[in-house]
Design a protein around this ligand. Sequence first.
Ligand SMILES: *[C@@H]1O[C@H](CO)[C@@H](O)[C@H](O)[C@H]1NC(C)=O
Ligand SMILES: *[C@@H]1O[C@H](CO)[C@@H](O)[C@H](O)[C@H]1NC(C)=O
Ligand SMILES: *[C@@H]1O[C@H](CO)[C@@H](O)[C@H](O)[C@H]1NC(C)=O
Ligand SMILES: *[C@@H]1O[C@H](CO)[C@@H](O)[C@H](O)[C@H]1NC(C)=O
Ligand SMILES: *[C@@H]1O[C@H](CO)[C@@H](O)[C@H](O)[C@H]1NC(C)=O
Ligand SMILES: *[C@@H]1O[C@H](CO)[C@@H](O)[C@H](O)[C@H]1NC(C)=O
Ligand SMILES: *[C@@H]1O[C@H](CO)[C@@H](O)[C@H](O)[C@H]1NC(C)=O
Ligand SMILES: *[C@@H]1O[C@H](CO)[C@@H](O)[C@H](O)[C@H]1NC(C)=O
Ligand SMILES: *[C@@H]1O[C@H](CO)[C@@H](O)[C@H](O)[C@H]1NC(C)=O
Ligand SMILES: *[C@@H]1O[C@H](CO)[C@@H](O)[C@H](O)[C@H]1NC(C)=O
Ligand SMILES: *[C@@H]1O[C@H](CO)[C@@H](O)[C@H](O)[C@H]1NC(C)=O
Ligand SMILES: *[C@@H]1O[C@H](CO)[C@@H](O)[C@H](O)[C@H]1NC(C)=O
Length: 537
Amino acid sequence: MLQNWAQFVLAVGSALANPLISRQYATDDFGANCASIASKLELANATVYFSQFVAAGQNLSIPDRNVTCGAPYQAVSADLCRIALYVATSNSSGINMEAWLPSNFSGRFLSTGNGGLAGCIGYDDMAYTTSLGFASVGANNGHNGTSGGAFYHRPEVVADFAYRSIHTNVVLGKEITKQFYGSPHTKSYYLGCSTGGRQGFKSAQDFPEDFDGIVAGAPAVSFNNLTSWSGHFYNVTGPPGSETFVPAATWATIIHQDIMKQCDLIDGYADGIIEDASTCNYNASSLLCGSSNTNSSSCLTPTQVNTVQKVFSPLTLSDGSLVYPRMQPGSEVVAANAVYNGKPFIYNVDYFRYAIYNDPNWNPLAINDTDYIYVSNKNPSDISTFKGDLSAVQVRGAKILHYHGQMDAIISSENSPRYYEHVAATMGKTPAELDDFYRFFRISGTAHCMGGDGASVIGQGLSSFQSTDPSENVLMAVVDWVENGNAPETVVGTKWVNGTKSVGVEYKRAHCKYPKRNVYKGEGDPNLVESWECVEQ
Ligand SMILES: *[C@@H]1O[C@H](CO)[C@@H](O)[C@H](O)[C@H]1NC(C)=O
Ligand SMILES: *[C@@H]1O[C@H](CO)[C@@H](O)[C@H](O)[C@H]1NC(C)=O
Ligand SMILES: *[C@@H]1O[C@H](CO)[C@@H](O)[C@H](O)[C@H]1NC(C)=O
Ligand SMILES: *[C@@H]1O[C@H](CO)[C@@H](O)[C@H](O)[C@H]1NC(C)=O
Ligand SMILES: *[C@@H]1O[C@H](CO)[C@@H](O)[C@H](O)[C@H]1NC(C)=O
Ligand SMILES: *[C@@H]1O[C@H](CO)[C@@H](O)[C@H](O)[C@H]1NC(C)=O
Ligand SMILES: *[C@@H]1O[C@H](CO)[C@@H](O)[C@H](O)[C@H]1NC(C)=O
Ligand SMILES: *[C@@H]1O[C@H](CO)[C@@H](O)[C@H](O)[C@H]1NC(C)=O
Ligand SMILES: *[C@@H]1O[C@H](CO)[C@@H](O)[C@H](O)[C@H]1NC(C)=O
Ligand SMILES: *[C@@H]1O[C@H](CO)[C@@H](O)[C@H](O)[C@H]1NC(C)=O
Ligand SMILES: *[C@@H]1O[C@H](CO)[C@@H](O)[C@H](O)[C@H]1NC(C)=O
Ligand SMILES: *[C@@H]1O[C@H](CO)[C@@H](O)[C@H](O)[C@H]1NC(C)=O
């Protein structure tokens, strides 16, 4: 007895001094609060399924996750309360959402986004952001799984996908955060890429109250025209074996090498990375087979040269009006197996068949101007997300950090400056004026959202995390901007040796704020940030 009593006194005594132990006591309360919150939450139109304490270090099992969304588990690195619910968004649709509420709460609320056409909760982003102290929410975008089949004859499900899932999960998520912690969040943030980047801009355009800080990567804005563009490659290349088709190995070898030969030195240093892909006006005619080169593995037929030129030309209607910018050179190694592979592209086919035409037999190979015009005009629930007036964001003092990888093979990086210029023109502002609330960074050597040949690690996700230093982490950069007024001038990216964090850092590079571009100074170790500078176009 005495021994137990003595241990008790010791434990209480050291709890006051030892943060680890005091945290343990807090965690017990936290776990109990978490277990009971499901039955206490008062939320309109919602059905709370469960609340569950998840301990730091747990490999959380998610058995009912749709198989197309990824593996049914998620490693979690913070003690948190997981709450799962269903929210009706119309009389024929609704979202499944989760709130992950960390015990070491920073006061900051955050919504994650989605990708592609997918109805998949971004568990990895929730694990990432809760590890940084955010109360995080994520939703299934109104349907389950990666396909667009759920849109078929269901305009309300399309509306959830276009805007309502994120907005609903933000409104409910803030309320859940308040009821759980007993006081409202301090600041509200958004982190997303691709479709998630579009969702960030949708919030900025139509729900400016939702966030104080937005990180929007590789945004799928001009969404209808983007799906036209994604789909038009199949028509350009034809199926494998067609005269027009260029095999993946050819893209990955001679075409990629020829692009580097013509464009790698524009930034002053030949490292296989094109800093600003918009400077590369690649011309494939040098690869034309001729009397000196007749080997079909190392040269192109005139028809194939034409295919390559079309891929790197903007998609226009026959009257010349723009549908969507060209693919930027530099992405071809990945694009060869994604959009140049002579197969229908899922985001195009599913969106056109199920959200646009309600015709499962629509033929992706014959895509043409009629389709481009029809989808752009139909624009369900204004999914286009191309409004240029962001003044409501500016007026309330919210901030937007926009980034785009310069070797993106899924969404052309050239659409991002187009949107930026559209905002500038609509609002009548110079880049220096936009800097007040909206900054855009071109991230060289970076594929779609993450990965790539260069300094692609900028804290945009769990697998692309080097540091919480705001200079190297886009999420913490926007936090520092919102809360301390420290606006980012550059975004420092890291390249890991062999792309593997545990092997170490190969180099870092400071990516420039648009419209500036990054160039090598001509001397100094190119692996050092200081050997490069941001210059005017
Ligand atoms: C989580 O569990 C799954 C299934 O057992 C396993 O494949 C995965 O590697 C685990 N992840 C971690 C981070 O432990
Ligand atoms: C609940 O759903 C109804 C019908 O869909 C809607 O009119 C109402 O605004 C919703 N309530 C809230 C708080 O979202
Ligand atoms: C569902 O909502 C739509 C649009 O608001 C309405 O036209 C329809 O009558 C409603 N259906 C039912 C069964 O309530
Ligand atoms: C709690 O979060 C703060 C930053 O918000 C961090 O400095 C601290 O180490 C965290 N504590 C624990 C126990 O995780
Ligand atoms: C989606 O999956 C969840 C389980 O994660 C399930 O509760 C929900 O009913 C599903 N929604 C649809 C529309 O199939
Ligand atoms: C899982 O996702 C796929 C692809 O989106 C879909 O076809 C399927 O119906 C989903 N399964 C369940 C059980 O919802
Ligand atoms: C590509 O180069 C060839 C040969 O120099 C030239 O004839 C052609 O006009 C160029 N094409 C483009 C699109 O610039
Ligand atoms: C044709 O080019 C390929 C790729 O450069 C090379 O591997 C192959 O040996 C060449 N064939 C001949 C007959 O030169
Ligand atoms: C989409 O393409 C159509 C057809 O060229 C064009 O009228 C429309 O402005 C484009 N939309 C955007 C957002 O660029
Ligand atoms: C591309 O579409 C056009 C118009 O629909 C069609 O005539 C052409 O055959 C298509 N190209 C291929 C490779 O099928
Ligand atoms: C162009 O697209 C429309 C709409 O999908 C289709 O009906 C038509 O057959 C296509 N034109 C050609 C020449 O294939
Ligand atoms: C990096 O990868 C290359 C090729 O796979 C291998 O030869 C090299 O040993 C790796 N380096 C390290 C440090 O792991």
